[in-house]
Write a protein that binds this ligand. Structure first.
Ligand code: PMP
Length: 351
């Protein structure tokens, strides 16, 4: 007999994260992780973490970490929301704020989780094509919509939008929530954070996964008007009270407090990125002016997929998206200087 339970399944096409290959001799430049360890205080604090404390639930309001993040940015705790990586924070934002009949707007080439959340949550959306140089056209976001979201710098292009253009988009969108996903902002961009004082409908989302070397701890946060943060918390508490675990809450505090180490790491990655750009252009690659911890590059004669496979054989992992407009591009995360040198040597052999 045919059963019809399958008709009532929430069927989704999931987001596909980059590969996490095993092994010690690989060079992993495929998921934009930081090649440097977290701040020394994180390792130190880890030594004092007691397994016995795991009997107890963590703080539901994540207040220790929220307070540390708020202090770092000169905000009130009531202006900060934390979650299990910025993916969790962004998913909560989609669930909380994108409830209009009108479509949410985001670029056609962008973080490929946005359309997955929209599909899963049955949120109408419309993508806006980047121009031929892969820039976001601010005018595309003037039409009436159900919300706006994009990363700055954009992913996977790495291209930064000026703050004046972001403010222009905000000026044209005061009746919906505007979300700036700043996963990569610390590698040379200017944060839209100061604008939260002026625009009560703006949320700025950041993460500890990239510039703070803590992708494995899963810590993300949103900053915005108190009212927005309250609405986000209401939904979070209606979904899962204890999102962040005890270790992440404690170790996150250590990471956010070490400003000097953070700046040193970002500076090293920026320097390596700029050196890698010169090497890649010497080898015949073209790319936009990335201000993130990756370079999105296409080669003048060899197809991206071929280079991707050849690098993989050499145990160098980069990211290739089989998607319209970008199938001939590779997204190369910035590793240490020595990892990037090996990549360049390997490319010299392949090309
Ligand atoms: N936003 C963008 C643009 C990203 O590239 C990523 C990384 N995949 C995220 C958000 C999510 O990062 P995380 O959940 O590790 O904070």
């Amino acid at each position: 007999m045919m059963r019809n339970w399958e008709d009532y399944v929430r069927k989704v096409t999931p987001y596909v994260p980059g590969e996490q290959p095993e092994g010690t001799d690989i060079i992993k430049l495929n998921t934009n992780e930081n090649p440097y360890p977290p701040a020394p205080g994180v390792q130190e604090r880890l030594k004092w973490l007691s397994a016995d404390s795991f009997r107890l639930y963590p703080e539901p309001d994540c207040k220790t970490l929220v307070r540390a993040i708020a202090k770092h940015y000169g905000l009130e705790s009531a202006q900060v929301f934390t979650g299990v990586g910025s993916d969790d924070v962004l998913a909560m934002i989609f669930l909380t704020f994108f409830n209009s009949e009108k479509p949410v707007f985001f670029p056609d080439i962008t973080y490929s989780f946005y359309d997955v959340w929209a599909e899963m949550l049955r949120i109408p959306y419309e993508t806006k094509a980047l121009d031929q140089d892969f820039l976001i056209r601010k005018e595309d976001y003037y039409e009436e919509n159900g919300g706006v979201i994009f990363p700055n710098p954009n992913a996977p292009t790495g291209i930064l939008m000026e703050l004046s253009e972001i403010e222009d988009i905000l000026l044209h969108n005061q009746d919906v929530i505007v979300v700036i996903d700043e996963a990569y902002i610390d590698f040379g961009g200017t944060s839209a954070l100061p604008l939260i004082e002026k625009y009560e409908n703006l949320l700025v989302v950041q993460t500890f996964s990239k510039s703070r070397s803590m992708a494995g701890m899963r810590i993300g946060y949103a900053m915005g008007n108190e009212k927005l943060i309250r609405f986000l918390n209401d939904v979070k508490y209606s979904f899962n009270s204890y999102t962040m675990n005890r270790a992440a809450l404690l170790l996150g505090v250590e990471a956010v407090q070490d400003g000097a180490y953070f700046e040193e790491c970002c500076r090293k990655i920026i320097n390596t990125r700029e050196r890698t750009k010169s090497e890649l252009s010497r080898l015949g690659f073209a790319f936009g002016d990335s201000k993130s911890n990756f370079i999105f590059a296409t080669h003048k004669s060899i197809p991206a997929e071929e280079i991707f496979e050849a690098l993989k054989k050499e145990k160098i992992y980069v990211r290739h998206f089989k998607k319209p407009r970008i199938e001939n591009y590779l997204r190369i995360s910035i590793g240490t200087d020595s990892e990037m040198e090996k990549l360049i040597h390997c490319l010299e052999r392949i090309l």
